[in-house]
Design a protein around this ligand. Structure first.
Ligand code: FO1
Length: 329
């Protein structure tokens, strides 16, 4: 069986731990298509927070409390930059993390696409699945806000890290999305998938930038594989992060049903065949989509793998057929 996961953010990285465990138990192959909208260039370094969250989490090197960056991190570079008065001072680069950005930036400057750079970085971390950026092209999430009496667009990282999303916010813009093409390998992975999962990631700033790459969205929405999403909202609150603020900006109800309707049914031009919600949200209805309620708290690898099993099961017999086809080959 081949599983493709659209993912981003820390919730997405933790979901992949369960996907990998499930895949190992059934002998499936996994490709994670990762958001790059959070990517930013700071101090001359290309930083890819979502790719790194996935890589460090699956590589066993993520800081579990902070949720981003490396465990056992030190901050000498950050302190030295501050002594120079180097901006932005609101964004912290750990010393160990900085090594990743140095290697990545050197390879990008040498002309390697981000997908090849990511594969090279993964040689060290051995995430146990294929990791692809959604696109090799520049795609950044910017946020239109009112700051100091002025309306302007700022980078997502400034909105989130500097302002904690706590400024009047009007909309999210995926700069570069119009021209962006899926990264090398993405369309092939989606085209040969038996199931596409949408991780319980922030739908507005983690999943939407992936789907803003039009050829990628078309491949998922019009592809042969069933698409099952996992709700990032449990009982009206995000499992983690700022999905509530983002959804409020779009005028979308902060609920499992609200996010399910935002993705929409494939039959109605949306994305979903199935929508997995928490037991708490058992009444959530998304027109045209099969909804199932199961425990969705990713408390550990086993609980998360069980969620994944439910999502695959919800994808239905087509997944089973593909599995049987695979065995017959
Ligand atoms: N989050 C913070 O709250 N403060 C930071 O200084 C910060 C630095 C940082 C550096 C590298 C990196 O990969 C992630 C970093 N993050 C930081 C996390 C990041 O802002 C977001 O949590 C993600 O982009 C959302 O998925």
């Amino acid at each position: 069986m081949r599983i493709v996961v659209l993912t981003g953010g820390i919730g997405g990285a933790r979901f992949l731990v369960g996907v990998r465990a499930y895949a190992r138990s059934v002998g499936a192959e996994v490709t994670a298509v990762v958001n790059v909208g959070d990517d930013v260039r700071m101090h001359g370094l290309q930083i890819c927070p979502d790719l790194d969250s996935v890589m460090y989490t699956l590589g066993g090197a993520a800081d579990p409390e902070r949720g981003w960056g490396r465990v056992g991190e030190t901050w000498v570079v950050k302190e030295e930059l501050a002594r120079y008065g180097a901006e932005p001072s609101w964004f912290g680069l750990g010393d160990k993390d900085t090594a990743t950005h140095l290697v990545r930036t050197t390879m990008l400057n040498a002309g390697y696409p981000l997908s090849a750079v990511t594969a090279a970085l993964c040689e060290r971390w051995q995430p146990g699945l294929a990791m692809l950026p959604a696109t090799d092209d520049r795609l950044e999430t910017h946020v239109v806000v009112d700051v100091d009496g002025e309306r302007k667009a700022i980078h997502f990282q400034e909105w989130w890290v500097r302002y904690r999303g706590d400024v009047p916010t009007h909309r999210f813009v995926f700069v570069g999305a119009d021209a962006a093409k899926p990264a090398a390998g993405v369309l092939e992975a989606i085209g040969s998938a038996d199931v596409v999962l949408i991780a319980p990631s922030n739908p507005v700033v983690s999943i939407a930038p992936i789907l803003a790459v039009s050829a990628l969205r078309e491949a998922v929405a019009g592809g042969p594989a069933p698409v099952v999403g996992v709700s990032p909202i449990i009982g009206g609150s995000p499992v983690r992060g700022m999905a509530d603020r983002c959804l409020a900006t779009l005028g979308v109800e902060v609920s499992a049903a609200g996010v399910g309707r935002l993705y929409g049914a494939r039959a109605d031009g949306g994305l979903l065949d199935g929508w997995l919600v928490d037991d708490t949200d058992a009444g959530a209805a998304v027109p045209g989509v099969t909804t199932r309620a199961v425990p969705l708290w990713m408390t550990d690898e086993t609980a998360t793998a069980k969620m994944v099993e439910e999502a695959i099961d919800l994808a239905g017999p087509r997944t089973g057929d593909a599995e049987r086809r695979g065995e017959a080959e």
